[in-house]
Design a protein around this ligand. Structure first.
Ligand SMILES: N[C@@H](CCC(=O)N[C@@H](CS)C(=O)NCC(=O)O)C(=O)O
Length: 207
């Protein structure tokens, strides 16, 4: 059985949890406690040499990097989270790269400020928030054009590309950054479609 080492609040762990639930893959969830610094201890560094989560151990096969784990879990299960055409698959990869390069770094600036800094007793950084707002807005404009013409990012089916955005949007929707989404109706409709899936509700701790 796949052992997942992660944290329920971690965005990258949630991508893997969603993929495991979507593919009905049995797994054992081992929580890595950040408050105890477990992610930087030797046992976990042996699984993930950057001291981050998530990582998996599948019967002795170790893997880290959330997006690689999602692809592995889906392929092992014979799941439907990767399109089976050349162009569908390439389109999915394009949107995974957009998430990684053009969306997540800006989204994380907002999530740190609105979610994690308050937990750590740190003050907001207005310049970081302004950067985050500008970057997320730029990415949402591009997503809006795509999602006005397509049910999901890679086409007609829900894929790993959609999953990649969900953890960040889940957090953003509970912060003042929610207002950034107001001008993007197709993004909002897609978010509702994706975030009501039982797999995501479980991954986000809402079910
Ligand atoms: N590229 C990695 C990023 C993993 C990552 O940033 N994990 C965060 C939690 S979502 C973490 O472990 N942060 C603790 C740290 O970097 O020290 C992946 O996709 O798995």
């Amino acid at each position: 059985m796949i052992k997942l080492f992660g944290n329920p609040l971690s965005t990258c762990t949630r991508k893997v949890l969603c993929t495991l639930h979507e593919t009905n893959t049995p797994f054992e969830f081992n929580v890595i406690d950040f408050t105890k610094g477990e992610h930087k201890q030797p046992a976990h560094m042996a699984r993930q040499p950057f001291g981050q989560v998530p990582a998996i151990d599948d019967d002795g096969f170790g893997l880290y990097e959330s997006r690689a784990i999602c692809r592995y879990v889906n392929q092992k299960a014979g799941g439907s989270l990767v399109p089976n055409t050349l162009q569908g698959c390439a389109t999915m990869e394009q949107w995974i790269s957009v998430e990684t390069s053009n969306f997540t770094p800006s989204a994380m600036k907002l999530i740190y400020n609105y979610v994690f800094f308050p937990m750590q007793g740190k003050a907001e950084d207005p310049a970081m928030i302004a950067d985050g707002n500008a970057g997320v807005d730029r990415a949402l404009k591009v997503l809006e054009t795509r999602l006005a013409a397509s049910t999901y990012l890679a086409g007609d089916t829900f894929t790993i590309a959609d999953i990649g955005f969900l953890p960040y949007i889940e957090y953003l929707m509970a912060t003042p950054a929610k207002s950034l989404f107001a001008g993007y109706p197709a993004v909002q409709a897609w978010w509702t479609r994706c975030s009501e899936r039982p797999s995501w509700r479980k991954a986000a701790g809402r079910a």
